[in-house]
Design a protein around this ligand. Sequence first.
Ligand code: GLU
Length: 476
Amino acid sequence: MSSRTEPSFRESVDLMFNRAVSLMDLPPGLEEKIRVCNATYTVRFGVRLRGAMHTFTGYRSVHSEHMEPVKGGIRYATGVNQDEVEALAALMTYKCALVEAPFGGSKGGLCIDPREYEEHELELITRRFAYELAKRDLIHPSQNVPAPDMGTGEREMAWIADQYARMNTTDINARACVTGKPLNAGGIAGRIEATGRGVQYALQEFFRHEEDKAAAGLSGKLDGKRIIVQGLGNVGYHAAKFLSEEDGARITGIIERDGGLFNEDGLDVEAVRNWIVKHDGVSGYPDAQYVENGALLLEEECDILIPAALEGVINLSNAERVKAPLIIEAANGPVTAGADEILRKKGCVIIPDMYANAGGVTVSYFEWVKNLSHIRFGRMQRRQEEARHQLVIDELQRLDDVMGETWSMSPDFKQKYLKGAGELELVRSGLDDTMRVAYQSMREVWHSREEVTDLRTAAYLVSIDKVAKSYHAKGL
Ligand code: GLU
């Protein structure tokens, strides 16, 4: 164990920020203005449950309002604290800037273990929390738009949206006050899978660049690559599922709260997920080796490590032993500043959180736009697109008829080509484009500036530059 002490999460984010900003030439004072968190609101509220008054503590932190609304999820976990929400709010600022989602950064949290409450109790708590935030414009379609995070999902977002609508009965844009809602309550197709899907698109893009793969000592395709994933929650589950089912990667390890599973031949993600739902953990799962101290699997041989759970899991105590040549940070802040330095020295390539998990906020952006435009994506053009494709198919069919044996359309071409894009296809295409463009902006900085030796610094440079430019445009 190292004698160095670990900084807090927020300090860790600041250290990474400082490292990048030292390579920039910002006007005096602007660096400090960008780094600091503008405001954090702490609320303590009571809810009458089980015959007694229970007091809850929640936070909403606004890191940067260089663009409004500000955006970021609301987390339900017992460990939530001011330092953590401020760190997460800062990451939201950089994340939104990097993927060009036109928002400032924010984050919220409630100190609660949601598993200890019944659904109707959670509804009362969530509605009261939402009321406290909304009455201070900390939930508002043009000021502050929350979304799901750890411990929250569609259900909580629907309660929040409804609470806001009750408090703002004449606001035609009320639904845009929160994203990650269920489809029937103003949500968008593809939001639940979005963060995991974004991780998949990020890796696909990384694997398109020989030079980048070489930096991690990797080659070839994603097909057959050994992946260890920590956390089979919404993000880890979708990332692992898509990477194994669609890209042919092998999920050799899965780490959960109660331990880890390992199988060199690859785990069936769907089966493990079903097992967890049924048995409240991975222990006892038949087709794998069970490791009680799951964290040890972070140190196992693999090609790609995907921490998709908590912050700070790769730290000074284990970084030296982590063998993965490529880490993609699906969680926020899973690698501490000290661990980052150790891993960089070892030659490990890290695809940083602010890029890797930006799929969620990207699709949140699409949902917010959908809510403000009051129309589903694809509704106007889908059938028209299909009709135009039909014209091409008709022409090809004529050709097919006269060519006889020599030529014919491939069997499923007609069906595939005819299908106009619905909302889900459009969302995926928008997300894929976002992830590709953002990666290219990072890698350009990574490869063109000698002093930039890692993707995280490159990501910070791209995003801080964008934030600085928007301050500049405001005359600051
Ligand atoms: N909680 C997610 C994140 O950390 C999503 C935020 C959002 O969609 O606003 O990026």
